[in-house]
Design a protein around this ligand. Sequence first.
Ligand SMILES: Cc1ncc(COP(=O)(O)O)c(C=O)c1O
Length: 385
Amino acid sequence: MTKVSKRVKDIPFSGIRKFFDLVSERKDVVSLGVGEPDFPTPAPMKDAAIRAIEMDYTAYTSNYGLLELREKISEKLKRENGIHADPKREILVTTGTSEALDLAFRAILDPGDEVIVPEPSYVSYNPCVWFAHCKPVPVSMREENEFRVQPEDIEEKITKKTKAIIVGSPNNPTGSVLRKKELEGIAKLAIKHDLTVISDELYENLVYDGEKHYSIGSFKNMKDRTITINGFSKGFAFTGWRLGYAVSNREVIECMMKIHQYTMLSAPTISQHAALKFDESGKYTKSMVEEYDRRRRLLVKGLNEIPGISAITPKGAFYVFANIKKTGMKSEEFAEKLLKKAGVAAVPGNSFGTSGEGYVRFSYSVSRETIKEALERIRKLMEKN
Ligand SMILES: Cc1ncc(COP(=O)(O)O)c(C=O)c1O
């Protein structure tokens, strides 16, 4: 009998998956649990993929990704993010943002290093740090700061072993968007303590109420100590195509490419051809964001009208991180009750780290009808309590 690695065995499965195994056992569930767009991929991207198949573009690409795609990404980074990256050596196309994250950690960490992870955090950050034989150090993001991580809280956790800080803005699961001043504070810390910032900007397109997304890699003296991670999954309804990218200095990208070369070879070719049309797909993203915004307002208003639940208005992504502390229940107990008694699926906040306890994540990447139905069910359940 094969014995699996003890270290890997000890790493827990994602709390989200565990919860959704329960959901799949039921047919009548209204789900506000999923974290992916419910829109189709923009037509220009789909058409480009079909054309690529017809043209038999089915071979590997360069390890770095199609040069034409890297050139387009480089232009976009300059235009929208203020980042200047050489398409030949400073951009790596990856299999989803997920791979870019994993490569970033593996490329810069040595065993025993510490990485500061603002919590509640996206579920993959801690495991990626563990897989690299390193230690994630949590920093709580608090509701009174609208879940925006504060530089002074980060500074308290910096030790001699700290190598990097991960920044996720707009944030999954809280929907918070870091302000320029906070990012400048983080940049200052990175420079002072000689740290790298891994900036996960996957939700950059999904911001509301006139909020602005800033890329920390564009700040003064930050280009060489930032790894900007991004992809097409959320802004372009592209999750199943598995395409992302990483941007940093030549040495870091080369090191990430080395791991990618041996473990992945190249990102999916058809998906890269589809992604070449991301510029032409902006109007689709815009209309998705307008619809997310309508859903966001509906969900926040509805949750705040239910006894025991309160929710601040998130400025980005497509999640509401609702406070359920007044119900007296723990996150998991609440989510289980919601599922079993009301047939509504949402993700317990503690799946995103201990500072998510007392909260539940509701996703609004579902139709307004679904949101209305879920709100009605939750209201009925809470009124019975
Ligand atoms: C914050 C964040 N980063 C990265 C990912 C991974 O995305 P991808 O589909 O690009 O691998 C997700 C997916 O939900 C996410 O929420």
